[in-house]
Every structure is written in C-alpha cells, then in structure tokens.
Design a protein around this ligand. Sequence first.
Ligand code: SF4
Ligand code: SF4
Length: 101
Amino acid sequence: MSKIIPNDVKWRDISPGGIITDAGNSAEFKTGDWRSERPVWLTDKCKQCLLCYPTCPDTSIVIDEEGKRQDFDYDHCKGCGVCKQVCPFGAIEMKPEGGNN
Ligand code: SF4
Ligand code: SF4
C-alpha cells in the first residue's frame, strides 16, 4: 500500500510515472501517492454489478478469480472519483487522503 504523504508535498518528492522501459512496466511505479482523495468501498451497499470496474482509468478496481469485486488497488488509484460517479448504489465514497477518517 502507498505511504501517506503530507498535503504540502512537492511534486519532485512523489513517485515518477510515465516512464516506459518495457511493456507493462507501469505497474512497477506506485503512483497512488499522487492522490489527494481516496475512494472507500462500502461493502454493505455494493451489489457486485461491476459497473465501476471498466471505468477506472488506472485499472485499480480489483476483480478476483470468481469475478467478484474486491477492494481498491491503492498503490495505483489516483483518486479521480470516476468510480464513485458511476456506482448506482452509493457504494463508493471519496475521503480526503491522509485525514483522520
Ligand atoms: S478513484 Fe479513479 S483511479 Fe481510483 S479506483 Fe476510482 S476510478 Fe480508479
Ligand atoms: S458500481 Fe458500485 S455496486 Fe457496482 S460493483 Fe462497483 S462498487 Fe459495487
């Protein structure tokens, strides 16, 4: 999981991204520390409809071998909030990163 960094961190201090040396190497860069908000999965509201899964631009919604949605991949989620927007059941909330919540 990504470390939590202070909100006043400078851009030079965060993980690099967009460095392509080999096919698929972007997974090696833990770019989740770019995030200022994090999605929180509310399992009691989730209906496993999987509408959120294809909308994530960072492939950060994990699906298990049985086709069930699991928790977010916080190493790579950028906190864009698209998944929250598309969830028809209110099963995703956005929370400030690094806060006490
Ligand atoms: S907040 Fe954005 S990057 Fe993170 S899981 Fe949702 S859609 Fe993907
Ligand atoms: S869109 Fe919402 S209800 Fe559907 S799988 Fe994703 S979190 Fe669960």
